[in-house]
Design a binder for this molecule. Structure first.
Ligand code: SF4
Length: 122
């Protein structure tokens, strides 16, 4: 059975903010209107089919009340962000922690790892 849907997006790749209309057929981009350039087409193909986001957040180290900042080293499928955020709450690495340390490698089996963005020593 064919399933067709239309999504409306705003391209975020430059200040023009083109309004994109994407038609999806069986989960794949079938047509695109409104993009002013190829970057918009690539953005639409990703965002309409599998939106990705960099995750930022705070974690608590073992035995510490004050949190430290982390982020993913690459974008994660948007549908996994809540589960990934739960992992940030669940896991408590041992200090000291240095900016750039990998805190959670390949979170939830993705290609993305969670890294510290600050030095932290209790
Ligand atoms: S489609 Fe191209 S011109 Fe339009 S906002 Fe995106 S990057 Fe800018």
């Amino acid at each position: 059975m064919n399933s067709a849907i239309t999504k409306h997006l705003i391209c975020i790749n430059c200040p023009l903010g083109c309004r994109l209309t994407v038609s999806l057929q069986d989960g794949q981009m079938a047509s695109l209107d409104g993009n002013g350039c190829g970057r918009g087409a690539r953005y639409a193909a990703q965002e309409a089919v599998q939106p990705m986001r960099v995750l930022t957040g705070l974690m608590k180290a073992e035995g510490c009340r004050r949190p430290f900042a982390v982020r993913s080293d690459r974008a994660i499928p948007k549908e996994l962000l809540l589960q990934c955020a739960a992992e940030l709450k669940r896991i408590h690495p041992k200090p000291p922690i240095a900016a750039g340390d990998v805190i959670i490698p390949h979170i939830l089996g993705t290609n993305a790892s969670i890294i510290a963005t600050q030095n932290f020593d209790n």
